[in-house]
Design a protein around this ligand. Structure first.
Ligand code: ADP
Ligand code: MG
Length: 579
């Protein structure tokens, strides 16, 4: 495939515009100014020319990481994150992130170059031959292909609307190689572009749905609000805070909703989770699905007796998707609309809603006090070697002192412990493994978080989780991003003590003992630190935040620390069998 070099236009050429330029102009026209991708045939010139045209083009070492970066940029900005990949293998590498965006309701557009339709469809064996559109469809919210340069404007407009309207998701846009070289009349080209008007229209809830929800709340003796990442995405922070504080209802933040109100808020029930879920009588879900992360709204977690049982809670569910209600258990009061509009409507109709009974609030506070004290004792210990708790006690202080910093978090134990130990103080500061609980988002998220927010980024990574995207430390160094990665290094997956019973190989779950991940960062000019005590860890983290230099701290954790599958042991078939 020949490359199309930008050239000084002659008089006649000046009156035409090619596909490359139209894609760039369409993105710019819609305020999409950052591309996360990886160059190669047929999109190398697209990356060059986009950069020349003033777009930020961030080049990764593997498409999956570029894709995760784009997906989280979508979550943070409410604009579709753009991931750009080459055909077949590059496209497939990006597909994981596209699926992730769709599953997590993050707006993202995966733009992929592809090979010649005529040859692909006759299966004549083209360079990187693959029917990419068909493959993307099942994991995308929508998928489009553009064959003519004068349709580029429409293609990008449709992709934007599909990504951000209603329930956001991942969109695939297939751009065959030939399209980029097509030239059309410049004036017609300009006229074919669409600046999308009101891409994510407000969705106002029906007044009767608001009344139904408030009637139910009025009847509650033990109400509870659950805030999910949809609530964080909606950027209705002030209304949500108002709703919690005006109603006085305790709330439980899901992982990425932490910080929507500070975790230290008096109505935050995180430290009493296993008390409030089974105990509540009316639960208002705001941008949170009753999926596995909430035990499907039934069973032991919710005070039910058997598999199909739930504790008899009544549910209010605020969600933009009209199909979400009743997905797992009965929703008594669905409120369909965007969270900003729904919460505002609730607020303006609150009337004389009584405050929750003191008995319920006191019981929660008692639980919280006991659990916080217990956790305090554990955190105060200073064992040697360091364990997850003593290391995370440091992280907890650093995040408290830097509430604007972004926190990226993935792993098994590194995830569970960080989520429960490290308090968040501001909205959308915590980004993690999301709905699937996947590994591999780490370094892609770090790049996007630094680029989008321009704040320091702290990544708390399991040593296994880090491995999925570790090569992107080069990307972090190349763009000189203020990222401080802390690897909780316990020599393996879950922990580092497993043995091969035959004595032949290392066990499947263990890594090289005493690995020095910090050296990886040094290889690219960043700062590497090996930390074996909380004091060393603290000093290194403080220095990283102060200097803003790419830093990787290898935090040496007791290799016996950690439990199989972290807190989701019940999902591990072997552990479930043992029960
Ligand atoms: P969590 O994992 O934090 O519980 P989920 O991903 O399960 O969160 O739920 C997020 C929900 O938020 C989804 O059902 C999605 O439809 C909804 N959602 C996303 N954005 C909005 C919005 N702007 N307004 C209303 N609901 C939204
Ligand atoms: Mg580990």
């Amino acid at each position: 495939m020949g490359t199309v070099e930008p050239q000084v236009a002659t008089q006649s050429e000046a009156q035409t515009v090619d596909g490359f330029q139209l894609v760039i102009d369409a993105l710019k026209l819609n305020g999409l100014d950052t591309i996360y991708g990886l160059p190669g045939i047929p999109i190398t010139d697209l990356t060059r020319r986009a950069q020349a045209a003033g777009l930020r083009v961030l080049s990764f070492r593997h498409e999956q990481n570029a894709g995760y970066a784009a997906s989280i940029a979508g979550f943070l900005t409410q604009k579709p994150g753009i991931c750009l990949t080459v055909s077949a293998p590059g496209f497939l590498n990006g597909l994981n992130a596209l699926a992730h965006a769709t599953v997590n309701c993050f707006p993202m557009i995966l733009i992929s170059g592809s090979s010649e339709r005529e040859i692909v469809d006759l299966q004549q064996g083209d360079y990187e031959e693959m029917d990419q559109l068909a493959i993307a469809k099942p994991v995308a919210k929508a998928a489009f292909r553009v064959l003519h340069a004068d349709d580029i404007g429409v293609g990008i407009a449709r992709a934007i609307r599909a990504a951000v309207s209603g329930r956001p998701g991942g969109v695939y846009l297939d751009l065959p190689a030939k399209l980029f070289a097509q030239s059309i009349d410049a004036a017609a080209g300009k006229n074919s572009l669409i600046k999308v008007v009101d891409a994510a229209p407000k969705q106002i809830p029906a007044p009767e749905s608001i009344k139904r929800a408030l009637d139910l709340l009025r009847s509650a003796k033990k109400p509870l609000i659950v805030l999910g990442k949809g609530a964080a995405y909606a950027q209705a922070d002030a209304q949500i805070k108002d709703l919690v504080e005006k109603t006085g209802i305790p709330y439980l933040p899901m992982s990425m909703a932490k910080g929507l109100l500070p975790d230290t808020h008096e109505l935050c029930a995180s430290a009493a989770r296993s008390f409030v879920l089974p105990g509540a009588d009316v639960v208002m879900l705001i941008g949170a699905r009753l999926n596995w992360l909430l035990s499907h709204g039934k069973g032991k977690t919710w005070g039910g007796k058997g598999h199909k049982d739930w504790g008899g809670q009544k549910f209010i569910q605020i969600d933009i998707s009209p199909q979400e209600a009743d997905s797992n258990v009965r929703i008594d009061a669905p409120v369909v609309g965007d969270i900003g509009s729904c919460v505002s409507a609730l607020l303006s109709n609150l009337g004389n809603l009584p405050k929750p009974p003191a008995e319920w609030l006191n019981a929660i506070n008692e639980k919280k006090t006991t659990n916080v004290a217990k956790m305090g004792e554990t955190l105060a210990k200073n064992p040697s070697p360091m364990n997850f708790h003593s290391a995370l006690n440091v992280v907890r202080d650093i995040v408290k002192a830097n509430p604007d910093a972004m926190l990226v978090n993935e792993g098994a134990n590194a995830l569970d412990f960080t989520r429960s130990i490290v308090d968040m103080y501001k909205p959308r500061k915590r980004i993690d493994v999301g709905t699937w609980g996947i590994m591999g988002v780490g370094m892609g998220y770090c790049v996007a978080a630094a680029v989008v927010t321009r704040q320091p980024v702290i990544a708390i990574e399991g040593d296994s989780a880090f491995g999925f995207s570790g090569m992107e430390v080069e990307t972090i160094c190349r763009y000189d991003l203020p990222v401080c990665i802390v690897i909780m290094n316990n020599n393996g997956v879950y922990k580092g003590t497993d043995k091969d019973p035959t004595g032949r190989d290392p066990a499947p779950t263990v890594f090289v003992k005493g690995a020095r991940y910090d050296k990886l960062m040094e290889a690219f000019g960043g700062v590497g630190v090996n930390a074996t005590t909380p004091a060393e860890l603290r000093k290194a983290m403080e220095e990283a935040i102060r200097s803003k230099k790419p830093t990787l701290i290898n935090a040496v954790i007791d290799e016996t620390a950690g439990t199989e599958s972290g807190r989701i042991t019940s999902l591990n078939p072997s552990a479930a069998k043992k029960k």
